[in-house]
Design a protein around this ligand. Structure first.
Ligand code: AMP
Length: 491
């Protein structure tokens, strides 16, 4: 990541306190746990009238929203924010009837005492049960840092490597804080892509499944009718892409006046896509008193501007070296002329062992061309990019997640956030545009501590870009892969 020039960072420095930073580089708590099967969102509640007395945040961005102090906040969870429901709450657990079709799942709606242990963290019984259903025994470092802070109600910026359990880091506090007894949308999570919306909604739904909380993903490409029906039945947590969320706000089918938590996930990618104005509009529909949490891999100027406009004295937490590739990835490169790349691709696929491989191309046409070339040569392969119909995108992603599809060619759409633990190999058929993109791509493999391989094709036009990658990751981390297609020249 390029350093922000001093004069620019000074512009965004907070007038009083410096951001409190909590960091850990300890990745040891990152567990090798298989990803859960897709969750069924909790069943819908009957729709109630929306209370109309909330104050939407229609004022221009501001530096200070409310006078929440923080104490020194340097060690341990903060105690003086506005805590979400927690221990000592005297409301009794309501045992709802089992959800239809879900066997003997009991649902405790309403605030619950957080009297169960998840590592060092205290969580409520229903969330604790959901976490053990998922096989989560110990919190990961980002969860250790983020969960207590979010539960205390403060605003937060999280910088974390993907694959570290980031989703549950905000999913657990959301599951604890949201109250299933009303029909208001109480939490909104904005994500850059449709696939991520589905993945994040599924994970939150799993964590909240014993809490009577309805989670819905809303994103473009899916028939709006289905989303309208879900919203009408009553939704507590919305996970959406900014464009479709705006659509619903314009149609007045989504009311954010009761939102208590807003999460901006993969914020830097959302800004890259140009979602800044949409994010601003969405936040302006939420109450000023909301808690705002932002997760980002990098913190360029635009992200800092967003943070200082919409977050109130956020605490920064950081896990690991965000820009460093995960250690478990073996990074290979091969020099291959543009016209030989298809042959090189076949050689890599035939000679390298992989569970599942994700191949990156720069353009949508490039994805389609490579897929049809490899299909003609007998490979079971499919592609995904932004111009494909949503139904096709969904079925391809489902097949890849389930492991029935082993090979997927994608544009950068798939480079962020997607968590498919069986991806053992990432191939950059086209050179990534910059170092960050390279790191995001290779971050799709070696998830949760598994080993993985990244192969990068370096074409005749790619030497400058590759030099930049070399400088960042260190020449010693890169291994040259010789291709037999060039053997004849060596003989
Ligand atoms: P994420 O960084 O949110 O994409 O999560 C990466 C993977 O870690 C996902 O497969 C999660 O299901 C898994 N995961 C998250 N938290 C834990 C945990 N505490 N223990 C084990 N696995 C986890």
């Amino acid at each position: 990541m390029k350093a922000v020039p001093r004069f620019l960072s000074a512009l965004f420095e907070r007038p009083s306190k410096a951001p409190v930073e909590a960091r850990t580089t300890d990745q040891s708590a990152v567990l090798d746990t298989p990803s859960p099967a897709n969750a069924q969102p909790a069943n819908a509640q009957p729709a109630n009238a929306q209370p109309a007395n909330a104050q939407p945040d229609t004022a221009p961005p501001r530096r200070r929203r409310r006078g929440r102090g923080r104490g020194n906040g340097r060690s341990g969870p903060p105690t003086n924010g506005r805590p979400h429901s927690g221990p000592g709450q005297d409301e009794r657990a309501v045992l709802a009837p089992p959800q239809p079709g879900s066997g003997a799942v009991s649902t405790e709606i309403g605030p619950q005492p957080r009297d169960r242990r998840f590592g060092q963290l205290m969580v409520s019984a229903p969330v604790s049960r959901a976490l053990s259903d998922l096989g989560y025994v110990t919190p990961t470092p980002i969860q250790d840092l983020a969960v207590p802070r979010m539960l205390s109600g403060i605003d937060m910026v999280g910088q974390a490597q993907t694959g570290t359990g980031k989703t549950a880091a905000f999913g657990i506090p959301i599951a604890e804080a949201v109250d299933g007894r009303t029909n208001d949308v109480q939490a909104i999570v904005l994500v850059p892509t449709r696939e991520l919306a589905q993945q994040v909604a599924n994970e939150i739904a799993q964590i909240a499944k014993h809490r009577g909380i309805n989670v819905t993903a809303i994103y473009g490409g899916q028939p709006i009718k289905r989303q309208l029906d879900a919203l009408e039945r009553g939704v507590h947590v919305v996970v959406g892409t900014p464009g479709r969320v705006i659509d619903h706000l314009d149609r007045r089918t989504l009311d954010l006046a009761r939102v208590r938590i807003a999460v901006l996930d993969e914020a830097d990618q959302m800004l890259d896509i140009g979602f800044f104005p949409d994010i601003r509009r969405i936040l302006q529909h939420t109450p000023r008193s909301r808690q705002t949490v932002l997760f980002t891999a990098t913190a360029p100027t635009q992200i800092r501007r967003l943070i200082y406009s919409y977050l109130n004295e956020p605490e920064w937490i950081q896990v690991g070296q965000v820009e460093e590739p995960v250690d478990e990835v073996q990074q290979l490169f091969c020099e291959v002329a543009e016209r030989d790349k298809q042959a090189a691709m076949m050689e890599v696929l035939r000679t390298k062992e992989y569970d599942q491989a994700l191949i990156f191309r720069r353009t949508q046409i490039g994805v389609d061309k490579l897929v049809s070339f490899l299909v003609r040569r007998g490979f079971a392969i499919d592609g995904i990019h932004g111009s494909m119909p949503q139904g096709k995108r969904d079925s391809v992603m489902r097949a890849f997640r389930q492991g029935t599809l082993k090979l997927l060619v994608a544009t950068n759409l798939a480079s962020r956030g997607l968590d498919i633990p069986a991806v053992s190999t990432v191939i950059s058929y086209d050179m990534p545009d910059n170092v960050e993109e390279y790191l995001h791509r290779i971050g799709r493999t070696a998830r949760m501590g598994r080993p993985g391989t990244a192969v990068t094709f370096v074409g005749e036009w790619d030497f400058d870009a590759f030099e930049a990658i070399k400088r960042q990751v260190g020449e010693e981390s890169l291994e040259k892969l010789e291709l037999s297609i060039y053997d004849k020249y060596l003989a």
